[in-house]
Ligand binder design. Structure first.
Ligand code: HEM
Length: 414
């Protein structure tokens, strides 16, 4: 690949950056010059879309500072037992299906597991979609979580945002907004009334609502809008990666055996109990997750917008103010210059010694820099716990009904 090229989307110039040093400079070193993603949002007509993902630099940095402490290792350690409990439920559902010889569609099972973990640990809701696939929350997310406006509307929002705002175009469906307001708003009101607290992130969010220092406070709307975003941004990517991990482990029996050996050995050292510390010891598990994220790039690219003219490290090239920058992470992950034998599933490419000689931008499944994925650690925990729960007891093989050629749904985002 060359360093970068440019193209026009409608009348809007876009710089497609493929040079890893330049990508690093944009995302990390000079992140203050590319502090916005350039996503469409429409404050007047769609307050629900005023979330961490969409907000521009000034408002985003205030909000990110308030929300980031929710996802530190310390905080996640306190909710880890909740994730393990849902992992146990996953195992139970799997065992029941196994006993009754029911064929399980693994993606559906992974979606229900991830739904329960995010709803339980962040939104503070016990939706039990693993036990009850027709629970209200599951049916709602199945129908609406990935539904977006028409391609034409989306294109107009991206390339003529001022016109789209003048035409009052919005991304949020009324039904979706009303649903989240009812379920999340209802939980907050109920918890405050009963002074109910437990070890989940909703408790922390409510504490922020009532923070003594005004600068740290979150409004009720901010909590609802951003916890809905955590669900929307985390649900399908995490469920898909977990599904792909099972698929690859079914294909690669040696990798599966090695991973199971690690899980069994570590659990034995911890008296059979899955703790946060035990999971941290599972280095090969982390490599399997990273390799799945590399091979199956859920977000094919990340975006930034230059807030000023920017002289690049590539001779004679300037990225002009307001130019959209696209970093094609899927292409980078599959470029043999950066990832040898890119179509093969090789978790050991993420061994510590090898990582030291890799470019920090050769694998970017969660983006990079201050605007990277806030839920990265949480996502890896959810995926890891599910793999441990099932691999510790079961051997996975591909079903005869499983096709090896992947077909994408034309309307799907992930
Ligand atoms: C395997 C699962 C996941 C993948 C692959 C993933 C990937 C990403 C990527 C590529 C970005 C853009 C980063 C950038 O622009 O540099 C992002 C942003 C984000 N993700 Fe994730 N994500 C995952 C799970 C989650 C989860 C579980 C949550 C919720 C807790 C979450 C919440 C967010 C949010 C709120 C942002 C916007 C951050 C900001 O602008 O400050 N993600 N994610």
């Amino acid at each position: 690949m060359g360093s970068f090229c440019g193209f026009f989307m409608s009348a809007r110039p876009v710089a497609l950056v493929t040079d890893l040093d330049l990508a690093y400079n944009i995302l990390v070193r000079d992140a203050d010059k590319f502090d916005d993603r350039g996503s469409y949002h429409n404050k007047n007509d769609d307050a629900f879309a005023e979330n961490l993902w969409n907000l521009e630099a000034a408002e985003w940095s205030v909000l990110r500072r308030k929300l980031a402490p929710l996802f530190t290792s310390e905080k996640l350690k306190t909710i880890f037992p909740l994730i393990v409990k849902i992992g146990d439920e996953l195992k139970k559902q799997f065992a029941a299906a196994d006993e009754n010889e029911i064929i399980i569609e693994i993606h559906d099972l992974c979606q229900r597991y991830i739904t329960d973990v995010i709803a339980n640990c962040i939104l503070g809701l016990q939706v039990n979609s693993l036990q009850d696939p027709s629970s209200e929350f599951r049916l709602f997310t199945k129908k609406y979580a990935m539904k977006s406006c028409s391609t034409w509307t989306y294109t107009l929002m991206q390339w003529k945002p001022e016109l789209a705002r003048r035409w009052h175009l919005t991304q949020t469906f009324d039904k979706v907004r009303d649903f989240y307001y009812r379920v999340i708003g209802g939980t907050i009101v109920e918890r405050e009334k009963k002074k109910y607290k437990r070890n989940d992130l909703m408790t922390r969010l409510i504490e922020l609502k009532n923070a003594k220092v005004k600068a740290n406070r979150l409004s009720l709307d901010e909590i609802i809008v951003n916890s809905a975003l955590f669900f929307e941004a985390g649900y399908e990517p995490s469920a898909s990666i977990l599904t792909y991990a099972f698929f690859e482990l079914g294909l690669e029996q040696l990798v599966q055996n090695k991973l199971r050996r690690e899980i069994t050995d570590v659990l034995k050292r911890h008296n059979g109990k899955l703790t946060y510390e035990a999971m941290e010891e599972m280095k090969y598990l982390d490599m399997v997750i990273l390799e799945t994220l590399r091979k199956y790039c859920i977000y094919p690219y990340i975006e930034r917008v230059a807030n000023d003219d920017y002289i690049t490290n590539v001779e004679d090239f300037i990225i002009f103010k307001d130019t959209k920058v696209v970093i094609p992470i899927e292409a980078i992950h599959h470029d043999s210059d950066y990832n040898e034998r890119p179509t093969a599933f090789i978790p050991t490419r993420f061994e510590t010694e090898k990582l030291q000689s890799r470019h920090p931008c050769a694998c970017l499944p969660f983006g990079a820099g201050p605007r990277n994925c806030i839920g990265m650690r949480f996502a890896k925990l959810m995926i890891g716990v599910a793999l441990i729960a099932l691999l510790s007891e079961y051997k996975f093989d591909l079903s005869s009904k499983c096709t090896l050629v992947m077909e994408s749904q034309k309307t799907a985002c992930f």
